[in-house]
Design a protein around this ligand. Structure first.
Ligand code: AMP
Ligand code: MG
Length: 476
């Protein structure tokens, strides 16, 4: 389909008007295309040829949306670092419409009712990070929002220094956050709360639609998909960095990419967000923070459902999370299922990796090729003894598993490449000089992280020492 043939609808505008604010995008100066995502275009039934057109840049720049059109920003609240902020909302993301079940949003498209002191813009650096990482999540089969494309511009914005503004067109089956529910609950707007819950059920949980106890079921479903999402993050070594309740998707998606990181050397207490002084959102805290956030959602849903029932569901979180976690970790280890002793094997492996300062991704990829010769594995760590001791246990565990079957499973479960921060920084440094070739390269490995890509071998090793375990600023 051509861009001008797209039929954009706006189901969110059927909710009470307290749920959003109508606002049109403020286009950027001299926009230019940085990258277009053909796969996402296909999902939206947009012709591939359109992606090279001037019309596509205009579309991403929000120029087609004129005064009085149905574009809008969503209202929400949220707990940020444990403190309730009564009103946040889309301060720089403007929703431009829905195609099929996908909602399109321009992030960085200008000021809205919810911008507070912000300028409504997003810098090139953070936009590239969001664009590439959402695709990397697709490549890893981890639920995430998507991006259709990214544009840069000559538009200056002030952060620590003057930077250029960009826009990403984000695409998702839901932009509703835990914090969206919190807003209506805390404001005592229970009619709006109920309408929002029914909207979310309609969109993402149709199997519970119309049921008497649907709000309790909604909470239960969100709890389960959140547990699964966090288990996937943990298994792949992803640290989100800003798990505020406004950054938690009701649809169990990875959402709002900020100062996130893939682990370099394995560290339980890895902190990737410079602002997170106490490590609230450290790597190891992610499951418990998710549970804390689910409790906040539970309280927000309490006017619609009985807290006791939801409490009972929430009490299952640890067990459900652990079941998913062991499932994903056993897949990484090439084990056909979880048996007694496997959880200890996994825990002891992580302690060993931390002690030996082993690159998390490299270890699993190397282990995927393991057939008894330990040399390559031993080279990944500082000392040999603890790894040898662990490998003895691993050898005993895999003794009865067919090696070819195990290797195939592991090579499909352990990416050769993840987008580490130093790689993203390389793409950003080049992009800031007008060279988008590294963005193109990282996009390729993001899409197919399990493939060999011999041309990108230099990114397959451990993170260079000077770039390891760095924290990033939240400013974006
Ligand atoms: P984030 O850290 O991107 O999840 O944003 C947290 C909140 O701050 C959201 O309500 C954003 O819309 C808002 N926000 C972040 N940056 C800006 C900005 N430059 N202008 C306006 N609002 C912003
Ligand atoms: Mg956010």
């Amino acid at each position: 389909m051509k861009l001008n043939e797209l039929k954009l609808t706006n189901p969110y505008l059927e909710l009470p008007e307290e749920c959003y604010d109508r606002v049109t995008p403020t286009p950027l100066i001299r926009p230019h295309l940085i990258h277009a995502n053909k796969d996402v275009a296909k999902v939206l039934d947009i012709d591939e040829s359109e992606l090279e057109s001037e019309a596509f840049v205009t579309f991403l720049n929000g120029k087609h949306a004129e005064e009085g059109s149905d574009t809008f920003a969503m209202c929400y609240a949220g707990h940020q670092f444990g403190h309730y902020v009564p009103r946040l909302g889309d301060g720089r993301a403007i929703n431009i419409g829905t195609i099929d079940k996908y909602h399109l949003q321009l992030k960085g498209a200008g000021i809205t009712e919810y911008s507070r002191h912000g300028d409504g813009r997003a810098v090139l650096r953070s936009s590239i990070r969001e664009y590439l990482m959402s695709e990397a999540m697709q490549g890893l089969s981890i639920p995430s929002t998507l991006c259709l494309g990214i544009i840069g511009s000559d538009h200056n914005v002030r952060r620590e220094t003057i930077e250029k503004a960009a826009v990403v067109c984000r695409v998702s089956t839901s932009w509703v956050r835990f914090g969206t529910f919190e807003y209506y609950a805390h404001e005592g707007m229970f009619k709006e709360l109920e309408a929002l819950a029914d909207y979310a059920i309609d969109e993402n949980f149709p199997h519970i639609k119309g049921k008497d106890n649907r709000y309790t079921l909604l909470f239960n479903d969100v709890m389960i998909i959140t547990a699964r999402l966090i288990a996937q993050w943990m298994s792949v070594g992803f640290n989100h960095g800003v798990m505020n309740t406004d950054n938690m998707s009701i649809a169990g998606l990875t959402i709002d990419y900020g100062p996130y990181a893939f682990l370099d050397d394995f560290r339980h207490d890895n902190i990737c967000n410079h602002t997170d002084q106490h490590g609230r959102y450290s790597f190891e805290n992610q499951p418990q923070v998710a549970k804390w956030n689910l409790r906040a959602l539970m309280m927000a849903l309490s006017p619609l459902s009985t807290v006791e029932k939801m409490e009972k569901n929430l009490a299952m979180f640890d067990k459900i999370y652990m079941r998913y976690y062991h499932y994903y970790m056993c897949k990484k280890l090439g084990l056909p299922g979880t048996v007694e002793g496997d959880p200890e094997l996994i825990d002891d492996m992580l302690d060993m990796l931390e002690m030996l300062q082993v690159d998390y991704t490299l270890f699993f990829r190397t282990l995927s090729h393991y057939e008894g010769d330990r040399a390559a594995l031993l080279r990944t760590g500082l000392y040999h003894e603890p790894m040898n001791a662990w490998l003895d246990r691993y050898d005993a565990r895999i003794k009865t598993i067919d090696t070819a079957v195990r290797k195939e499973q592991m090579l499909g479960a352990n990416p050769k490449y993840v987008l580490k921060n130093y790689m993203l920084q390389e793409a950003i440094d080049a992009a800031e000089k007008g060279d988008f070739s590294v963005v193109d390269d990282l996009f390729k490995i993001a899409q197919n992280p399990f493939d060999e890509h011999p041309e990108f071998e230099r990114w397959a090793g451990a993170t260079p020492n000077e770039f390891k375990n760095k924290k990033l600023s939240c400013s974006s």
